[in-house]
Design a binder for this molecule. Sequence first.
Ligand code: PLP
Length: 433
Amino acid sequence: MKDDASQTLFARALQVTPGGVNSPVRAMRGVRDFPLFAERGEGAIVYDADQNAYIDLLNSWGPLILGHGHPAVVEAIREQAGRALTFGLASGLEVELAEFVTAAMPAVEEVRFVSSGTEATMSAIRLARAYTGRDVVVKFAGCYHGHVDALLARAGSGAALSALPVSPGVPRKAAADTVVLPYNDLGAVEDLMRRRGEEIACVIVEPIAANMGVVPPKPGFLEGLRRATQAAGALLIFDEVITGFRVALGGAQEVFGIRPDLTCLGKVLGGGLPVGAYGGRREIMERVAPQGDVYQAGTLSGSPLAMAAGLAQLGVLRRTEGAYGRLAAVAEALGAAMRSAAEEADVLATVQVSHGLLTCFFAAGPIENQEDAARTDARRYRAFWQAMAAQGVLFAPAANEAVFPSLALTDEHVGQIAAALPRAFAAARDALR
Ligand SMILES: Cc1ncc(COP(=O)(O)O)c(C=O)c1O
């Protein structure tokens, strides 16, 4: 495969951008020596700067649930661009999208739009702290909630409950009010609540974890979180930046039948433009300025272009009968093909699929938390990824990530991916020889 254009762009990018990229994982260091520079997308296919074509299983890390350039989304953006790009004033499109979100997610009685998932979780945590009058935030190892200081935290050593920063620049004090527990470990949460329940402002969780690779919640885990937070007077925040509008129109909270106090959204919500949102119980949301005293604002919040794109994409999802069944079926078909190709090649692999999200761990399963997920063999994944890319299929460019199939994938695409798998698993098998 030609890669001259990507290499040339990378050389230029390195002069003007840290690491040559605007988000670290795009550097693709886990799977190749320089990033792939994308140029255009069409349905299920993404083209790089060298005009190599790939069946796209990344879809911008989730937002493009309809694939690239869906005509309804593109047309909505074009039409809105003809009217106005931004006002810095309230607009009807924000009302319309807020009405859509609150109808799709009954636990979200009021919603505030922001411009990224990070902004959504940052704002939700501020609100939870203000509402409860408490400071401590509980998160789970392996869940990612954006680059919010308090959430860039890892468990302290030994019995220490205070978390430590995972990045220089995050004040120790910002992480000290965070407690990091193992995902799927309800006992650890209950134990913490018994000891320090009255200090806990909120528990934030990815209801289906997808940032350590796909790790579904064990039966009873989310229900237990709901019970434990309620009993302690703490808020339960579902970070549905990935799962919102992807696993069902009503998100994971619909799938599992749980009402969180606050919900964070992003990705699919914006139709491919930068949008995040946080929302929840009216009584809590009314603490947000200007109704309440919790400050949060944004020049481009509720961007008309992004609202139009989101409304168009969500409209297609709502109108398309069986959209979520189809997405889940595609993910299951890919998962089944991967399992059988791995077995055929005699490679240890655990493929976890959940509602239109999937990951192949090169490790024994089941993978239930970050400790399990960390066992995946990154060298095997690198070989697997490269062999798939060489055959025109773009998987997530890091081992502990999810892939995000789109509705643009046809059965023919799925067949093409399946046909490429044997060579990729053979490469994974041979990677350590
Ligand atoms: C679950 C989750 N929450 C929050 C974020 C942060 O969103 P953004 O990258 O839009 O800031 C991400 C990003 O991948 C995410 O996966």
